[in-house]
Design a protein around this ligand. Sequence first.
Ligand SMILES: [Zn+2]
Length: 138
Amino acid sequence: MVDSSNPVHSRIGEEIEAPCGRCRMDRIHRIVAQDPDGTVKKIICGMCNSYRSYRQPKAQSETTPKLTKQRSSSSRSATSSVEDFGLPSRSYNMRENYSVGEVMAHSTFGVGKVLSIKDMNKVEVRFSDGVKILLQNK
Ligand SMILES: [Zn+2]
């Protein structure tokens, strides 16, 4: 008997690639918890076995106001913090190095602007949902 009443299949135990905060690089993680709607909630790093919450990458088509068609009700969208970043010059890569004022595109956080250089291997970057410390020169 096949149960076809529930369209959400369990992904627990599946492998998924995600950045590991402890390994400080992309690692294969195993899914250990998910919501009833199928959203992955918790994953565990296959290398260092540390648990973390999984954040779904944002759908770019819904977060780029400049590319959407202009509508008469455009006053509803308050995205000024994103707009004054300008266009990103490149995508974030921990192996490269960045300078203050540079605008980058991050796969998880979106578009961000470099606020300061913390030290040779860390930069402080402001994204629309807050300031993050990113690695560089790794
Ligand atoms: Zn790890």
